[in-house]
Design a protein around this ligand. Structure first.
Ligand SMILES: CN1c2c(nc(N)[nH]c2=O)NC[C@@H]1CNc1ccc(C(=O)N[C@@H](CCC(=O)N[C@@H](CCC(=O)N[C@@H](CCC(=O)O)C(=O)O)C(=O)O)C(=O)O)cc1
Ligand SMILES: N[C@@H](CCS)C(=O)O
Ligand SMILES: [Zn+2]
Length: 772
């Protein structure tokens, strides 16, 4: 039984790639140094896989920014704007970075490519841009160089490529008049040429990822998939193709995907087993089955007993020689190495004993392959694994009777505000006395290197809590006074004390563990450390009241309390797998609801509960949407409903398309929703307009993902557009999202302009509103 891996994390155990990239971007190191560091990382990661016993090892899973952008670059799908306005050598690394991040230099000003979520993960990819007369032009340097490096190290390489159909589907048409799938005819010859060169350069295996095969859209695409894989089989017959599907079950596509002319088909047995029997029965006799048996999306130890049953089932039908073992998907979505973590109060040894990171997962695959063919050969490994799962099941750390009772006692009325929105709105208008077009921000202000370093010093005990607190207090004070001075109407404390909007809450809630080095790439050089939900969740003490009250004490203007919502905390954590996600979401919702009540008691009149991950949590198959949305929206409402009518609840969402789910967004019944709209020139607002969204809304007028400062005129134009679409008394003025990744200079400049734009609009429309 062959073992293989689908992809390994690349940022480095201690984020070496992040630091190298950022040093290169800021001119601190040369390109040669960056390339050398990257080569060292690749070598380290390949050897870890080899030393842990994996037989076939992925290459081309390394990326300086993103693997989808890598493929665009390889295929020459480079938007004209990068070619025209730049003096960057063709196909150079700097051109690649300009595509990823935009560039303002030497008079040139070119915007970055769009970035969006990779399926239902917290990883963001760079969206390919397609044009009607799209030209593809192959550049194999990256893939072949990495292949050569791997061969020199003596590993058995398997280059990984996104499949041609998924690649096109991941992209966007940038002009009307064509469908991106029509480009398949042009793309396929280039793609095949790439495969031929890969074969000629020493690879026997190739992994072609077609994740769209688990989505509804694939149902009608049998013909296209057949054409693609027939052509590949015909033109590169010596290459052993592993067709990789992941993040879901093959469902209706099982019957024909199992007949495509490939060497092996990979299925994700963690995210869906409904079609497992069908796949086994219908698999063409020439095809092997790669079982995605170890969870690539979560950090719990594999349950060997359960896995062995699944493996035996495959062996029974196919014979061991046609079965391969692998993680369910690329290990990009889990941290590197649990061995780096010390057992601490934040990560109790018992909880640690239940976990496995990428390196440990490799070993699990190898253990399973050994146990599957000889279960007596390594009895102690199997027994140890069974003991871990027995201990976990009965652990006192997991179960809290009171929390379980509180969740089971929840009633529909716990998720409903006292009065309807219209009544609340009129009370809030009297109570808050805000002007029309009130201005606010989304919560975070720049997380400067000084703030990060301060926290680092606290962690390393180079300063004490008192010193840390007094410095945080000082920045909050300056930020409050500055917001007041420039004329913002609803202020925020700035979230300076937070390492991350989810990890910060995880650190304070019971039932959560957190790590020191559990980094997972979010996009480019940015990473997050998802907290780990292992047990019943409750709030032992208030989490945000101290800093919010401090900030409110500095001003007479309202300071908005700032919380992360239950669905986003759930979505951006590693979640326990022994109970439904809905139950865990309700536990978090109750904890957040306690915090909301405490903030209200402390005199905070406006409370924002961020839910940027609600959209991302949508199941990949439409048939599962309603179930998810019903519990997710209810969890939000539980967190937000226990307040007086006069207390104004905001929510915030970014990176989200609303068209398909607007009914559910409205059902959240937040008094105000702030959303990201500036990049799409208010297009995202259409869903709210078409639906006649009844509550108040703040469409973002300032793209915070770019260091570029928008002019007042641009913001005014966006506001004017919004004012034509949304009833004026419902409209707020704010940026797209929080400002944590921005610098102070550009932040101040942009917010001054935003306030000025709002004031001008107020002057223009004030009369209209009075006379209505
Ligand atoms: C809104 N977004 C978020 C997502 N997911 C989250 N969990 N959180 C989010 O905010 N998903 C969608 C988007 C993704 N966007 C981002 C934006 C920015 C980042 C980011 O900047 N990440 C930081 C790491 C943040 C962090 O946890 N910092 C810690 C630790 C800092 C640190 O390591 N310090 C060093 C020393 C530094 C020094 O001395 O100068 C150390 O301790 O060694 C902290 O602030 O305490 C990143 O750098 O990647 C992520 C997602
Ligand atoms: N309150 C958070 C929301 C990010 S989505 C922030 O401002 O950073
Ligand atoms: Zn946001």
């Amino acid at each position: 039984m062959i073992t293989h891996n689908l992809g390994y994390p690349r940022i480095g155990t201690k984020r070496a790639l992040k630091f190298a990239l950022e040093d290169y971007w800021s001119g601190k190191i040369t390109q040669d140094t960056l390339l050398l560091k990257a080569k060292q990382l690749r070598k380290e990661h390949w050897l870890v896989q080899q030393n842990n016993g994996i037989e076939i090892i992925p290459t081309n899973d390394f990326s300086f920014y993103d693997q989808v952008l890598d493929l665009s670059f390889t295929l020459g799908a480079i938007a004209p704007r990068y070619m025209e306005s730049f003096n960057i050598p063709d196909r150079s690394l700097d051109l690649y970075f300009a595509m990823a991040r935009g560039q303002q230099r030497e008079g040139a000003d070119v915007i970055a490519m769009e970035m969006t979520k990779w399926f239902d993960t917290n990883y963001h990819y760079i969206v390919p841009e397609f044009y009607k007369d799209q030209v593809f032009d192959l550049n194999t340097d990256k893939i072949l160089n990495e292949l050569q490096e791997a061969i020199e190290l003596g590993i058995t390489p398997k280059p990984v490529l996104i499949g041609p159909i998924s690649y096109l589907l991941l992209g966007k048409e940038k002009e009307p008049g064509f469908d991106r799938l029509d480009l398949l005819e042009k793309l396929l010859p280039i793609y095949i040429e790439l495969l031929q060169q890969i074969k000629e350069n020493g690879a026997n295996w190739i992994q072609i990822d077609e994740p769209f095969l688990v989505m509804d859209i694939a149902k009608d695409m049998q013909d296209q998939y057949t054409v693609v894989f027939d052509r590949i089989a015909k033109e590169v017959p010596e290459l052993k193709v592993i067709l990789a599907t992941y993040f879901g079950d093959l469902g209706h596509c099982s019957s024909w995907v199992t007949k495509l002319p490939v060497h092996a088909l990979h299925v994700d047995l963690v995210r869906g087993r409904d079609s497992y029997s069908t796949v086994l029965e219908s698999l063409d006799p020439n095809i092997s089955l790669s079982l995605g048996i170890v969870d690539g999306r979560n950090i719990w130890k594999n349950d060997y007993k359960v896995s062995l049953k699944l493996i035996q089932k495959a062996i029974g039908v196919l014979g061991a020689s046609r079965v391969m073992l692998a993680p369910s998907c690329s290990l990009l979505h889990v941290p590197f190495d649990l061995d780096q973590e010390k057992e601490t109060e934040s990560l109790p040894s018992e909880v640690k004993s239940w976990m496995a990171f990428a390196k440990q997962k490799l070993k699990e695959i190898v253990h399973l392959s050994e146990l599957a063919v000889d279960s007596l050969g390594n009895v102690s490994v199997l027994e140890q694994n069974m003991k871990v799962h027995r201990d976990k099941l009965h652990s006192d750390l997991i179960h809290n009777r009171q929390v379980k009772l509180a969740v089971s006692d929840l009633e529909d009325s716990d998720a409903v505000r006292k009065s309807e929105f219209k009544a609340r709105q009129s009370l809030q208008k009297q109570h808050l006395r805000l002007p029309i077009f009130p201005t606010t921000t989304i919560g975070s202000f720049p997380q400067t290197s000084q703030i990060r370093a301060l926290r680092s010093k606290l962690r390393n005990t180079r300063i004490d809590q008192g010193e840390y607190d007094s410095q945080i207090a000082q920045v909050i004070k300056e930020t409050i006074l500055w917001q007041q001075q420039i004329g913002l109407d609803v202020l925020v404390h700035g979230e300076f004390e937070r390492n991350d909007m989810v990890e910060y809450f995880g650190e304070q809630l019971e039932g959560f563990a957190f790590t020191n080095f559990g980094w997972v790439q979010s996009y480019g050089s940015r990473a997050v450390k998802p907290p780990i939900i292992y047990g019943d969740v409750f709030r032992p003490h208030p989490m945000t009241v101290k800093w919010t009250s401090y900030a409110q004490g500095l001003t007479d203007l309202p300071v908005k309390g700032m919380l992360t919502g239950p669905v986003t905390i759930l979505q951006w954590s590693f979640v326990r797998n022994d109970q439904p996600r809905e139950t865990t979401a309700n536990q978090i919702a109750l904890a957040i609801s306690e915090e909301v009540k405490d903030l209200e008691k402390a005199g905070i009149q406006i409370i924002q509960i961020d839910e940027p991950a609600i959209r991302e949590g949508l199941p990949l198959k439409r048939g599962d949407w309603d179930t998810y949305l019903n519990w997710a929206i209810k969890a939000f409402r539980i967190s937000a409903s226990k307040v007086q009518d006069t207390t104004q609840i905001h929510t915030h969402m970014c990176y989200s398309e609303f068209n398909d789910i607007i009914k559910h967004i409205a059902a959240m019944d937040a008094d105000v929703i702030t959303i990201e709209t500036s990049r799409s020139h208010m297009e995202l607002l259409d869903a709210f307009v078409d639906f006649k969204y009844p509550n108040e809304i703040g469409p973002g007028v300032y793209d915070i993902h770019s260091p570029r400062v928008p002019s007042e005129k641009e913001m005014t134009a966006l506001l004017e557009k919004a004012a034509c679409l949304i009833p004026m008394e419902n409209l707020w003025v704010n940026p797209d999202c929080g400002l944590k990744t921005r610098g102070w200079i550009e932040t101040k400049d942009a917010l001054l302009k935003m306030v000025s734009a709002a004031k001008a609009l107020r002057r223009k429309y004030q009369g209209d509103l009075v006379s209505e």
